[in-house]
Write a protein that binds this ligand. Structure first.
Ligand code: MG
Length: 361
């Protein structure tokens, strides 16, 4: 047995490491909701979840409600606990606040599971291979000039990274194309270029932009339309040979099922916080594998490096460092790959003093 004796939740704000803008929003601060769960065998697992600037207190309130029922439960039964907590939130599921709250608890339970086993997350969750290719997003924000984009892509290529993401969604298609063409012409055909519209286009405009982007040989077209427009994504996927990537704005396994079954995407970007934790993240990854679709998760590289390394269809980790202010070490990068940590647990080396300094609740 490994009975839960206490669970504590708290919220901190982490300042953004750089200005980040896309077609619909800016990253204001990382509201980070932590959960520490302690068991009677003396272990404490730490999990977390996040927002990019709004709703953090709502997530914290949901977490505080959910953890009231954890005391005395056997922390080893992670799948059962996830399902029990989910089932207790029928009135607010499926929804972002509840999924983000479940994630903070579920990742703490997985930390405990890995600590108890003395194994790193990447191995306990599947153990496919320890290194996963990395691509950069930090050099591709929408406010950056074309020269900045080229400079960022050159730095990534010089470091041996296989890809870069460039935000799209300028007022006209030609503005996007000019920026992308500059990167492609300067860097040559080898560099993988991903583009991301952050759900900003209508169906017709997404199809039109995909046609405009076609000569640029893009690795994928991410979130071209609102995530609830599955039919729009079906139409786009049929009209273009650019892979369509979705998932960072999806909050349940069934949403991914709908996209995959209808052929509406060919890359899934499931976000471990927004899907509700490691337990459902792995279900989505395995579901995608059954459709011969790769997983290239959104953000949270410190967790996703281990999850991508766990599954056979984890293809890329996204480079957006945002935990450096509250961790003692950052993820290892070697030869264009992110290397999953070998330390038992989630493998994130928290700086507890830095966390305490940023507490807001
Ligand atoms: Mg995105």
């Amino acid at each position: 047995m490994s009975l839960i004796t206490s669970a504590k939740a708290y919220l901190i704000d982490i300042e953004v490491e750089t200005v980040r803008t896309d077609a619909v929003q800016a990253f204001l601060k990382q509201e980070t909701i932590f959960v520490d769960i302690t068991t009677d065998d003396g272990l404490t697992g730490t999990g977390y979840s996040y927002t990019i600037g709004t709703g953090g207190r709502s997530v914290l309130a949901m977490v505080e409600e959910l953890i009231l029922g954890l005391s005395g439960s056997d922390a080893r039964n992670v799948g059962g606990l996830w399902h029990r907590l989910f089932a207790s939130t029928r009135a607010t599921t499926v929804g972002a606040i509840t999924s983000l709250a479940l994630a903070a608890i579920d990742t703490a339970l997985w930390d405990l599971r890995c600590l108890r086993a003395g194994e790193p997350l990447w191995r306990l969750a599947g153990g496919a291979r320890q290194r996963v290719p990395l691509y950069d997003t930090e050099g591709g924000w929408l406010h950056l000039s074309t020269d900045d984009l080229v400079t960022g892509a050159k730095a990534s290529a010089a470091a041996g990274w296989p890809g870069v993401k460039v935000k799209v969604g300028k007022p006209t298609a030609v503005e996007d194309v000019v920026r992308l063409r500059a990167v492609r012409e300067e860097l040559g055909p080898e560099l993988q270029i991903m583009v991301d519209a952050n759900q900003s286009f209508s169906v017709s405009e997404a199809c039109r932009r995909a046609e405009a982007y076609r000569p640029l040989d893009l690795a994928w077209f991410e979130e071209p339309m609102p995530a609830d427009d599955v039919a729009g994504h079906v139409a786009l996927a049929r009209s273009t040979n650019i892979p369509v990537a979705v998932g960072e704005s999806m909050y349940s396994l069934a949403q991914f099922r709908d996209y995959l079954a209808r052929g509406a995407c060919s890359i899934v970007q499931v976000d471990v916080a927004r899907i509700g934790g490691i337990t459902p993240w792995l279900k989505v990854a395995h579901l995608a594998e059954a459709f011969n679709v790769d997983v290239c998760p959104h953000f949270l590289m410190e967790l996703h490096v281990s999850l991508c390394a766990a599954v056979t269809n984890g293809r890329f980790v996204e480079h957006i460092p945002q935990l450096r202010a509250i961790t003692n070490t950052t993820i290892e990068i070697a030869d264009g790959h992110a290397v999953a940590p070998e330390t038992p647990g989630l493998g994130i080396d928290w700086n507890r003093d830095a966390i305490d300094d940023r507490r807001v609740s």
